[in-house]
Structure formats: C-alpha cells, structure tokens
Ligand binder design. Structure first.
Ligand code: NI
Length: 390
C-alpha cells in the first residue's frame, strides 16, 4: 500500500488528535501538555524519544534495519496569544490563546509520519523533531544547542498555507522566507514645557526624523532588486499634550531576503539613528537583535521534494512558492545542514486566496491537508534514505 493510501486511513485519528491540540493550545515556552500528548503517541508506537529538549521539545528516533543516513523531519507545536473567533466545535477552550498558525496540524502531521514509518524497513534512521517555541524564535536554537542535529544528514519540514487549496503544495529553490531582526531605539532629550521648546531637547521631533530617515535605507542604500522591509511598530513617549518628554523609545522589525543584505543592516541603522540623534542634540542608542536568518532551501533537497510531490500527487499539484518576508526559525536548521522547507496547501478548494491568513483570529484549516502532509513527509524520508544509502 502506498503512503498516500495508508495516510488516508489514518485521517480520522490524526484529525481527532489535531482537534484535541486545537482545543487546548499552549503559548510558546509553555507547551508541556502538548509535549505530553505527543509523547503518549510515541509511546504507543514504541518509538524511543527524549522529552524536555530545548524547552518542551521532543526528539524521537526510528532506527532502520542497519546503520545508515539520518533524515530529520520537524514540526512546531506552539500557539499564539490570539482570541479565537471561529465558531468551530473544537475551537480553543483557552481565552486569548489560539492555534492560529496551524502548528497543531503540523504536530499531527509529524505524528502521522511516525505512524506511517514505524513498521517500514528503513535504510537508515528518521529523527522526528517536535519543536517548541517557534513563534518566539527560540525553539530551533535551543534544540540545536542540545544536539538534535548531531549525526543528521538532511532535514525537511513544512508549513500549512490557508491561501493555497488543500491538495496543493508550493516549493521554492533558494530563499523562501525573510530574515527577522528586532531593533530597539532609545532617545534621550531634555524634558520641559510644551510652550518653551528652546529650553528643551525634544526626542519626539528627533524620533520622527529617524522614522522617516530609516526608510531611506530601503530606497537609497539597497539595490531595488534586493527587498528590505523596515517597520517601526511602536513609539512610546510622553504623557501630556503640553509637555515635551525626556525620552522616546521605538521598536521595529527588519526583514531582508538575502543574508548579505542582512549583514549590513546593523551598521546602516546605527549610523542613521546615531547621527540624526546627534543632529537633534539627543542621545541615541540602538539595540540590534538578530532573531532568525533568511530561510534558504538547498537545491538538491528541493529537487528531491519536487520529485516526491510529482510522483505522489502529480506535478499539477505543485506550484512555485512566492517569496515572503514572514520569518520561520526552520531557517536556523538550514544554516547547519542541508534540507528543504515547503508549503502545504490548507485552504478551501475554491477561492483559497480569499481565506483568512495565518495568525488571523478567524484562521481555519482544511484538515484534508493532514493525511497528505503525513504521507509526503513519510515518502520524502524513506525515499531519501534509499537514495543516500545507494
Ligand atoms: Ni507558523
């Protein structure tokens, strides 16, 4: 029986498992119940696992007949601080917490892949990485630090995409998702009466100039063929309409699509902030925090995923993914070893492009993607083990 058929047979139990996770979502760094539910599944399958890896992460390993290559498959498990606004019978029972990115489905998909692979004669090993804390960009780093990639040859992962119909997939060579950096800018001026600006140093006017000037990095310092986003998302300063405040604090996010472009961003931001602050007589301090690198897929691994998709469900069910500036900490694994991350359609069959997107309070997921995702991951791992041990 093909993995597609056996995956379909597992659909009811995988969907039931996903719905349980959906009803009881847990925020990043707090996924203890979710991890326990995954452990219970692995226990039933008799697959050895380790809990508490890099926080609440779990690593399980299915050994093949003989020692050989190791393929890792990864899913994330955390939910978001969002109040669910769907009317689903299995919607979140926890106020203000929701699986609005479908990581519940990713977890069910990876459990499904383990179920499909457990009685296969593998030409090597498959390592299952159930990762915590993806939404706060902490989980991958922590798990790698605890050695989850030791001995791994290649890694594969997927993310559901509600704006692509279930049954479809999207892959991309090279960069797929943007880098994520956080900036925190603090400005110190001199407070005073709003009617006597000459006796103050106004950090609000200085902050305004900096917000505008930062956009000139995008338009004047980077090639128009290299996309960059600089968003200042918060500005906090002052309490009264007639008082010039002493301080202003801004936070922002910076996205790039090329590791080389990302590399020069700290210098650019610091220079503009420092020198404009100076021009406006303020003290300016920038804290530049790298969160995740650009997600760059490796060529041979994309080719492998493409060939599996084409063989299993047909080339007409695979499109070239559009690049996105959203970040994903799977990129950190891909900096260490080769692999491929791809999109699995999770939207309605008709008008999927109008579906509510990831992180939306009305996000829903077409559960037909769950057995398909499990089947694809199982086949990707099995076939690759055969190829590598040839
Ligand atoms: Ni996500």
């Amino acid at each position: 029986m093909s993995f597609l058929d056996s995956g379909s047979r597992l659909a009811p139990e995988l969907i039931a498992f996903r719905r349980t996770l959906h009803r009881f979502p847990e925020l990043s760094l707090q996924e203890s119940e979710t991890a326990a539910k995954v452990a219970q599944q692995l226990e039933q399958l008799g697959i050895p696992y380790r809990m508490g890896v890099g926080g609440h992460g779990i690593v399980a390993e299915l050994q093949g007949e003989c020692p050989g290559p190791v393929i890792a498959l990864r899913a994330d498990m955390d939910a978001l601080p969002i109040q669910e606004e769907t009317d689903l019978s299995y919607s979140s029972t926890r106020p203000g917490i929701m699986h609005a990115c479908g990581h519940d489905a990713h977890t069910a998909i990876l459990v499904g892949a383990a179920k499909l692979l457990v009685d296969q004669k593998l030409k090597g090993s498959v390592r299952f990485i159930f990762q915590a804390a993806e939404e706060v960009n902490a989980g991958a780093k922590a798990m790698i630090a605890e050695g989850v990639l030791n001995g791994v040859d290649e890694i594969y992962g997927l993310h559901n995409l509600p704006t692509l119909s279930a049954g479809m997939t999207a892959t991309r060579y090279g960069s797929l998702m943007g880098s994520v950096d956080r900036i925190e800018i603090s400005l110190e001026g001199k407070g005073g009466h709003g009617a006597m600006p000459d006796q103050s140093i106004d950090p609000v006017v200085c902050a305004s100039a900096i917000v505008m000037a930062l956009q000139s990095i995008v338009s004047r310092e980077v090639s128009p063929f290299d996309p960059v986003v600089i968003t200042i998302g918060s500005i906090v300063s002052g309490d009264a309409n007639n008082v010039i405040p002493k301080n202003a604090v801004m936070t922002g996010t910076i996205r790039t699509f090329d590791p080389l472009v990302q590399q020069f961003m700290p210098e650019r931001v610091e220079r503009i902030v420092k020198q404009i602050a100076d021009a406006y007589r303020c003290q300016g301090v920038v804290k530049y925090i790298h969160q995740v690198p650009v997600l760059v897929n490796h060529e041979a691994n994309v080719r492998h995923v493409d060939s599996i998709i084409d063989r299993m469900i047909g080339e007409e069910r695979r499109i070239t993914a559009k690049p996105t500036m959203a970040g994903e900490d799977f990129s950190i694994y891909l900096r260490q070893i080769s692999g491929c991350f791809f999109w699995l359609g999770s939207g309605p069959i008709d008008n999927a492009e109008q579906a509510f997107g990831l992180h939306h309070p009305k996000f829903t997921l077409n559960e037909d993607c769950i057995p398909l995702g499990a089947s694809l991951l199982a086949e990707i791992a099995t076939q690759r083990l055969s190829d590598l041990s040839r």
